[in-house]
Design a protein around this ligand. Structure first.
Ligand code: GLU
Length: 452
């Protein structure tokens, strides 16, 4: 099993591309095979270095790195040309000298008389001795003229096309450069690709590619043409729905695990399981159970998944780089407080930024903030001796909670009257996780220092 992801570097890596990469990755890994990456950069006009970098960056974020060095299609032009010339020598391809003007007339004519292919194949059977010697030519494939071709696609089922509806496609242009169709077929063959999984907008190409595989006596890889992704409203995914670079989700605080999980569920499923890690995806993704209807991308569901992963992943290593420059004074002790507080800070977070916003009080002493009042100060003065009297083994979340509840009751106060000033003193804010958890994590010395 060898699969590939073959993006054209003409734009960023969007959801559809990322899903194609992920599915190919899972399919290969499920069968212990290899996942390859081919950058289809033959269109020199539209391909850009920035787009290539963005694609690699997106794949890297998702953890979908290829098992072998990336293949750059543009570097293989000589090999593509060699194959076209080989077909020519075998009589399976031919030189066509039609001029652009003639082709234009043929196109008009095809429309007028209902010919299914624009080119009328006029050079197909012209013997070499009658070829001009001083005019540029392209090399075209001789596709069969009768009968029909049937492809067996693992998602679409059997799909057929009459041969006379297939163009004698150009393989090599007059300037000797290969066409996209030739490049794809030669590269898939030379890379040893066994299974092609891609968007169903490529299904038509599959017929033409099959004609070329056949002419070369090569076996076409198995095919999976997966339906495109739609937005939650059922319309084709557009910028409005989030047809944006996959990195934008990262920048919005989506963790890659949530993105992977959401992508896995776009057109594939395993029973009614919703939560999948990448390795669970690999374990179950065997190329079956791929939907034939367009899948719907739901940003709300992505947020739901993200919240799940924020609660369940160890986030520390991801947060550290986001926080360390802002809290350059933070010591080992502070980072350890943060680490202990994380399970509390992630409870209601939907995005990584929601967690980041709560980390400050554990990495530095917060300012008292606007909510602080003299009444708070009075309560804190009374509470200090109570906390000072606690023995180290009472300094736990439960111990603190018990002590302060008992003390509040004895003073005829509500627990919240005591908890709020403590919360503000510890965090500078009126909203925080359990104040007892905070007191217990920060420890006696730090708590008393902040209160004082
Ligand atoms: N380069 C093509 C694209 O980006 C994919 C070709 C293929 O997967 O065969 O749409």
């Amino acid at each position: 099993m060898r699969t590939r992801f073959a993006p054209s570097p003409t734009g960023f890596l969007h959801l559809g591309g990322a899903r194609t990469a992920l599915f190919n990755y899972c399919l290969a890994k499920h069968y212990g095979g290899a996942f390859l990456l081919r950058i289809e950069d033959t269109d020199r006009e539209r391909s850009t270095e920035a787009a290539k970098d963005a694609i690699l960056d997106g794949l890297n974020w998702l953890g979908l790195m290829p098992d072998e060095p990336t293949v750059y299609q543009s570097t293989r032009a000589a090999r593509h040309a060699e194959v076209a010339h080989q077909l020519l020598a075998q009589g399976r391809a031919y030189r066509c000298y039609a001029t652009p003007e003639e082709l234009e007339i043929m196109r008009e004519e095809a429309k007028a008389i209902g010919r299914p292919v624009p080119y009328d194949r006029r050079w197909r059977d012209v013997p070499a001795k009658d070829h001009p010697t001083d005019r540029p030519f392209v090399i075209r494939l001789k596709v069969p003229l009768t009968g029909e071709m049937t492809l067996f696609d693992h998602v679409q089922g059997a799909v057929s096309l009459r041969h006379d509806h297939l163009d004698d496609m150009v393989l090599l242009r007059a300037d000797g450069t290969p066409t996209y169709m030739l490049a794809v077929v030669v590269d898939d063959h030379d890379m040893g690709i066994t299974h092609i999984m891609r968007g169903d907008d490529h299904l038509n190409n599959a017929f033409r590619q099959r004609a070329l595989f056949d002419a070369l006596d090569w076996t076409m890889p198995e095919l999976y043409h997966i339906p495109l992704i739609h937005g939650p409203d059922g319309a084709k995914l557009s910028k409005r729905h989030g047809a944006v670079a996959i990195q934008e989700y990262r920048d919005q605080g989506i963790v890659s695990e949530a993105m992977i999980n959401a992508l896995l569920r776009l057109g594939w499923g395993h029973g009614d399981q919703e939560i999948f890690s990448l390795s669970e995806g690999i374990a179950h993704f065997d190329g079956r159970h791929l939907g034939r209807a367009p899948s719907r991308f739901d940003p709300q569901k992505l947020l739901f998944l993200n919240a799940h992963y924020l609660r369940t992943l160890d986030l520390f290593d991801r947060l550290y780089p986001l926080l360390c420059s802002q809290y350059s004074q933070a010591t080992e002790r502070h980072w350890s407080w943060l680490r202990q507080m994380l399970p509390h800070l992630t409870q209601r977070a939907e995005r990584l930024g929601d967690v980041v916003a709560l980390c400050g009080p554990y990495l530095s002493r917060p300012p008292k903030g606007d909510a602080w009042t003299p009444a708070h100060a009075a309560i804190v003065s009374d509470v200090i001796p109570v906390l000072e009297s606690l023995s180290p083994d009472q300094w736990t979340e439960d111990g603190l909670s018990q002590t302060l509840k008992t003390w509040a009751a004895a003073q005829g106060k509500k627990l919240s009257d005591v908890a709020m000033p403590l919360r503000i003193a510890m965090t500078g804010s009126t909203a925080s996780p359990s104040v007892f958890a905070i007191l217990s994590v920060l420890g006696r010395d730090e708590v008393l220092a902040r209160l004082q």
